[in-house]
Design a protein around this ligand. Structure first.
Ligand code: TA6
Length: 297
């Protein structure tokens, strides 16, 4: 594998041609390619100068998902927390021959990124005054990408957090996809005032603005098919929930950095996370969770 870092982003390429690009800002994956195809959707108006969360790729959501609740330790944080709008440190690479992704016989390469209060703005430190450390690893394998987030409480008072990887998948046409692996769960529909619904059919088609939080999924894999054929798998590791989001025309129109305005037809967010309630981390304790993305395109 070859790894190139220019202080703003890190790019890794395998002999097979598979590649990944991670911006240090937000530790945001902005490109993941295999078989010569780009699998991440990135807005043409994505702001990459560190002034705003990157619109697309895989934003890292921590310590709160969505608008923070009132009267909570996260109340003064911005929507989706500070991880995706902070400058992470590149901790280096390791080429791992082992692990889930290297089974294909091709080697894999792992990139590690770190975030501590030292990397946060004073505003964010004040908004969430806990002693924490995050290590985010991005492992590129053949037709696969693994992201793991390790959270450590470096202090002695417990803190509650939520985490999620807000993955924007590129797809040829949203009217041709189905999302499978959601059966047997309940979801909160944020387009229907957050009300809870049962999941009637195992396969979800996207036919309008969609913003659903599927909770405590039974199986660990949610998949996207295109015209019935496999496109992507999202395999959850120690994460129970998954958010499905497509802004559709009205949402795309309302989001300033969402371009082109009909780009909603070429993206679907399938977001693995622990967002139903809170995970409490005792002082000096740790928590690790993540996802494996597989592409069949
Ligand atoms: O993951 C779905 C969601 O929570 C939507 O409600 C929408 O707000 C989306 O995230 C994008 O949020 P952002 O803060 O990136 O504009």
């Amino acid at each position: 594998p070859t790894v190139y870092s220019d202080g703003k982003k890190v790019t890794a390429t395998l002999p097979t041609g598979d590649s990944v690009e991670v911006m240090l800002y937000g530790a945001t994956v902005t490109s993941w390619k295999s078989n010569g195809k780009e699998h991440m959707w990135l807005s043409e108006k994505a702001i990459l100068d560190g002034s705003k969360a990157i619109r697309g790729g895989i934003p890292v959501v921590f310590p709160v998902f969505g608008p923070p609740p009132k009267n909570h330790a996260t109340s003064s944080l911005p929507q989706h927390g500070f991880a995706r709008i902070s400058h992470w440190e590149y901790l280096g690479k390791s080429s791992s021959e082992s692990g889930l992704l290297a089974k294909g016989g091709d080697d894999a390469v792992r990139l590690d990124f770190g975030l501590t209060p030292a990397n946060l703005s004073d505003e964010m430190k004040k908004a969430w005054p806990y002693d924490f450390s995050l290590q985010y690893s991005v492992t590129l394998g053949k037709n696969g990408l693994q992201t793991m987030l390790s959270v450590r409480n470096e202090g002695d008072k417990p803190f509650d957090f939520q985490m999620l990887t807000h993955t924007y998948f590129r797809i040829p046409d949203v009217s041709k996809i189905q999302i499978t692996g959601l059966a047997g769960t309940k979801y909160n529909d944020k387009v229907m005032n957050g009300n809870e619904f049962d999941t009637p059919s195992p396969n979800l088609r996207i036919e309008g603005q969609t913003d659903r939080v599927y909770k405590s999924l039974k199986q660990d894999t949610t998949s996207i098919t295109v015209d019935g054929s496999p496109a992507y798998d999202v395999i959850r590791d120690n994460l129970a929930d998954t958010v499905i989001w497509n802004p559709w025309t009205e949402g795309a129109q309302a989001i300033g950095d969402f371009a082109p305005k009909d780009g909603w037809k070429n993206m679907i967010c399938v977001e693995a996370g622990a967002v139903n309630g809170w995970t409490t981390l005792e002082g000096q304790d740790g928590f690790e969770a993540g996802q494996i993305l597989k592409s069949y395109l």
